[in-house]
Design a protein around this ligand. Sequence first.
Ligand code: TRP
Length: 368
Amino acid sequence: MIMVDNTLDPFGNSVITDYEKIIQDMHLKKIDESILRRIKNPNIFLRRGIDFAHIDFDKFLDAVKRKEKVAIMTGIKPTNEFHLGSKITAEEIIYFQKEFGTKVFYAIADLEGMVDNGLPLDKQAEIAVDNVADLLALGLNPKNAYIYRQSQEKHVMNLGYLFSRKITNNHMENLYGKRPFGLYFAAFTQSGDILFPETKEGGSHKTVLVPVGLDQAPHIFLSRDIVDRFPEFNFTRPASIFHKFFRALNGETKMSKRNPDSMITLNDKPEDVKRKVSKALTGGQKTVEEQRKFGANPEQSVVFELYKYHFVEDDKKVEKVYNLYKSGKLLDGEMKNEITEIIIKFLEKHQKKKKKLLSKAEKIVLGK
Ligand code: TRP
């Protein structure tokens, strides 16, 4: 595998090879025992170190303990069907909604999709219907959620506009580098998304937790800076919990939306899954003999990550696969066959559920 330095880009591709270093460089906190102890039913991301860093998650947990009114908020650009990366973010908000009984705010980031990807809003609305059907099928309870398109939520847009008032060009350049103004617009809008739940119109939530991939960290920093600059609003700085990226199936970077075979989507058919998994990066040796003798490298294997990040709930099973693979008893072909079957079953069930939820999703997104 090619080793590259850590690169983080909230509007592009990110590659992280050294998570420890990035925690230090960005002054994040680790998700460690002291945090995990406080959570009754940690999900697989928390249990398996996939949620690896946070900002003020401990303070958020304090607020939950004090029974304050708190919110979970995240967003995704509706520029593509959901893949295994978006699935992580979706499952995070669904988990927190259940675990803490918290209201979820979900931004369909169509203004960002417009300025970043150049996709028209009506096209994005169509994709958003499909995305929201995925969210519902994965278990999001729409009764305790506010799902909106950025382009339709005046309060969010107005907040973003207002926030830009006290942030200089230097400040933006420090956080994001020199960018087209459109991306700065998107960043302000995202701060609007993140702080909206704390406003009266958003329900006067005391604090907000934002589960996201680490590439979104600059947006969290901007939102926190904005809180400091508008003391008159009495906002609390938003908290965030960061998950590791699910790599592209070929192992290269964060799952890229540009190379279709580099990701499994939630709309994939059995033959897609078979083809994609068969080409995925393994951690195996060149020959079966060598693998039996020397064992394989689970850390390198994206196939193993399919077990660990997504499709096997039972920790013991994941551990067993890890050990068998590492010791050379389990071969790549066997693993690929097994996980392919598991994924196909999961997607068949998911797609059946989703089909029934499409009209509900349409109502939520298009209001009809
Ligand atoms: N920037 C996010 C993306 O690239 C989408 C997004 C918009 C978002 N608003 C948000 C994420 C608020 C977290 C919180 O997909």
